[in-house]
Design a protein around this ligand. Structure first.
Ligand code: ADP
Length: 400
């Protein structure tokens, strides 16, 4: 008993001392780890056993992180450098419309200053009411054109990431001035030409009733050409008028039934029984300018008559689906091959110039249709197949 007691009395203090030493050693290494973590360096603390392993693993992790951080910083710098060089003013905004970053073109266009304007709300710095309204509405699918410091700007905003926005703007003053000049020139030239041609037409009509065929034949030809010129001029004037304002003046509910019946009646009298012209109306709601829309649908009907061989059908109809309402002019005429379709609304673009002229076309009808529809927030959709026919649909999207 005595021997056993002496042995136990000896082992416990030894075990206890060992344990205390072990705890102190661990605390010591933990302390070294915490010192190293505050300022990680290549020289990891020397250690043995498990601690050596821990130090090594942490060191490799730290090295990997450092490398990817370096790569990211490099990428960010490269991105910022290229965005700085962009000719567009580029501004990064957070969800509260505060400026997070901008490039040097923004300094010139909006007079932003890096030291003062980072963190400021962009609508405190760009004060134009149109811009403030556009920004607050949060509908950025269409760009905004507005004037700022006597410059005409085109501005786009794109949302990205977690509620951030990229605002980009470009100066379109010169382009707008050139557009205005072109439009004014065409409009002035057309107005100037109108009077002499009207005078010529008057004299030619007086000459037409001549019994001498050698005079009446050329006079008839001259009359045809002056009529054509008059038509081209009045359509050019109409186009210039449509272009000068992009907004429809009277936004009224349109009586589609009355409008389509009117166009249908006109088409029947123009057609003189060459085609079967049907009318198929379901109720649709459209607002805008009655006369402009009548011109547009009437141009489509004239084309259907022009480019559909005698005896075939033409249908003027309305339809609607969840996207919007449609006014359709469908014919089973000569059709248009695919490569021409996207260009039909260009001024003076014709698939077959000879046929268009022979039928009294000016090449401006669809350009007028497109402008009128643009002004109504609508668009023209064309489906066509050679020798099968064409459908021209005016699409009016539902307003939200
Ligand atoms: P145009 O006065 O020559 O008819 P438009 O601008 O109205 O000019 O139309 C442009 C061209 O589109 C026409 O010249 C014609 O080639 C083609 N086009 C228009 N409508 C039709 C149609 N319904 N069927 C076949 N071709 C058409």
């Amino acid at each position: 008993m005595f021997v056993l007691g002496a042995m136990l009395g000896f082992i416990f203090p030894v075990l206890f001392t060992g344990l205390v030493a072990y705890v102190i050693w661990n605390l010591y290494n933990l302390n070294r780890l915490s010192v190293w973590l505050i300022k990680p360096s290549k020289n990891t603390p020397e250690a043995i056993g498990l601690w050596d392993d821990v130090f090594y693993q942490l060191y490799t992790l730290h090295k990997r992180q450092k490398k990817s951080r370096k790569k990211l910083t490099k990428m960010l710098k490269r991105f910022q450098k290229s965005t700085q060089a962009l000719p567009y003013a580029t501004i990064v905004l957070n969800s509260a419309n505060e400026i997070e970053w901008f490039n040097s073109a923004s300094r010139q266009l909006f007079g932003l200053r890096s030291s003062l304007d980072i963190g400021q709300r962009v609508d405190n710095l760009i004060r134009q009411p149109e811009f403030i309204k556009y920004l607050s509405r949060r509908e950025f699918d269409k760009p905004l054109e507005f004037e700022n410091n006597h410059k005409k700007l085109l501005l786009n905003i794109t949302g990205y990431g977690g509620g951030q926005y990229l605002l980009s703007a470009t100066d379109i003053t010169l382009q707008t001035q050139l557009d205005d000049m072109r439009r004014d020139f065409i409009s002035n030239a057309s107005h100037e030409l109108r009077t002499p041609i009207t005078v010529m037409s008057g004299y030619i009509e007086a000459l037409q009733n001549n019994d001498d065929e050698s005079i009446s034949f050329p006079v008839d030809k001259i009359h045809q050409q002056t009529s054509r010129m008059e038509k081209i001029i009045s359509e050019l004037i109409e186009l210039a008028r449509l272009e000068t304002s992009t907004v429809v003046v009277d936004e009224l509910d349109i009586d589609i039934n009355a409008l389509l019946n009117e166009v249908h009646g006109e088409a029947i009298s123009l057609d003189q029984g060459e085609h079967e012209i049907e009318l198929d109306i379901v109720p649709i709601d459209i607002t805008g300018n009655y006369n402009e829309l009548r011109t547009a649908i009437s141009n489509l009907m004239t084309n259907a008559i022009r480019y559909t061989p005698q005896g075939r059908n033409i249908i003027l109809s309305t339809t609607s689906d969840e996207m919007g309402s449609y006014i359709n002019v469908e014919d089973n005429g000569i059709g248009i091959s695919y490569e021409h379709i996207s260009r039909l609304t260009e001024r003076f673009y014709r698939v077959d110039e000879g046929r268009s002229k022979e039928k009294g076309g000016t090449g401006l009808g669809l350009a007028i249709v497109k402008h009128i529809l643009d002004r109504h927030g609508a668009s023209l959709h064309v489906q066509s197949q050679i020798d099968k026919g064409s459908t021209f649909s005016c699409y009016f999207p539902h307003m939200h």
